[in-house]
Design a protein around this ligand. Structure first.
Ligand code: PMM
Length: 290
């Protein structure tokens, strides 16, 4: 999954793709580099970020989604607003990436159930302004697992099919470096929930802290690429279904090395791949019961 933030203020690529032509060019480039999904977002979720209203968010993402859809680029919409998700699906996105796991907007489950599209449920505890005060855990892996299990149960109760659900530990969302590393080591526990898992470490501040200079200054985002690739490969090796990254080519290259090494990724069903025989919306499953 390649990240396409159409925002003035995202922590790594804010402002770079605010112009429509530049955003479309970057989305096409990441797709050509091997991204199977382009994740289009119109509101920054970095800790402390200001909210934008729904109309502003939609105005940012919809023109990009329409153009990329016309070019055949598959996309997810990164939003926690049901109205934006519905408009994005109508404009050509095929997956909802909801960083709130359904908590921010009570209508999101209905939109996902009605559309029958894959829905990424990320672990989340509150909006960006409150994230830091919510980062308190007894045992972060067990707590995140239990909270994700509740999000899954809520989605199923709202009529979302089990094979449409993807989970995500939400690195950096109400989590500091210690929690992010514990969750990385704890991926097998999260995978034991039985759902495909998306892992989003790309350029996040805990990698900047890991790579800090002798004076303690965090490594700037542009210098976090090798660490991002290393953590992404570790996640895929542990069984993650996907990784959400800014530098698609480097990650695709590293994953090619992983596959060629003779230790191919664990087989997980792919809810976004219409050719996957286990996917009920694909050709093999269209006569199915969903
Ligand atoms: N991280 C960000 C935004 N959206 N979505 C999912 N599913 N998982 C993530 O870890 C995630 C996300 C923040 O990163 P960005 O500002 O670079 O987009």
């Amino acid at each position: 999954m390649g990240v396409l933030n159409v925002t003035p203020d995202s922590f790594s690529d804010g402002g770079r793709y605010a112009d429509l032509a530049a955003a479309v060019r970057h989305g096409v480039g990441m797709h050509q580099d091997g991204a199977r999904l382009i994740d289009v977002g119109g509101e920054s979720t970095r800790p402390g970020a200001d909210r934008v209203d729904a109309a502003t968010e939609a105005d940012r993402v919809l023109p990009v989604i329409r153009e990329l859809a016309a070019l055949g680029v598959p996309m997810s919409i990164d939003t926690y607003r049901a109205s934006v998700a519905a408009a994005a699906l109508a404009a050509g996105a095929s997956v909802i990436n909801d960083v709130s796991g359904g908590l921010a907007d009570p209508d999101m489950a209905r939109v996902a159930a009605d559309a029958g599209c894959p829905w990424i449920l990320m672990h989340w505890r509150g909006h960006a302004k409150r994230m830091r005060e919510l980062a308190s855990y007894h045992d972060v892996v067990a707590d995140v697992r239990a909270e994700l299990a509740q999000r899954i149960a809520d989605a199923l109760a709202a009529g979302v099919a089990a094979d449409r659900i993807i989970i995500d530990p939400g690195l950096g969302f109400a989590k500091g470096a210690t929690e992010n590393w514990r969750l990385t080591a704890g991926l097998p526990d999260l995978l034991s929930l039985g759902y495909p898992l998306l892992f989003g470490a790309s350029r996040k501040s805990y990698l900047g802290a890991l790579l800090a200079g002798a004076d303690g200054t965090p490594r700037p985002t542009a210098g976090r690429e090798a660490a991002t690739i290393a953590t992404s490969v570790l996640a895929v090796a542990a069984g993650a279904w996907g990784v959400r990254v800014h530098d698609v080519r480097g990650t695709v290259d590293a994953l090619a090395v992983w596959q060629a090494s003779g230790r191919p990724r664990l087989a997980t069903p792919d809810p976004t791949d219409p050719t996957d025989p286990s996917n009920p919306s694909g050709p093999a499953g269209q006569a199915g019961t969903r």
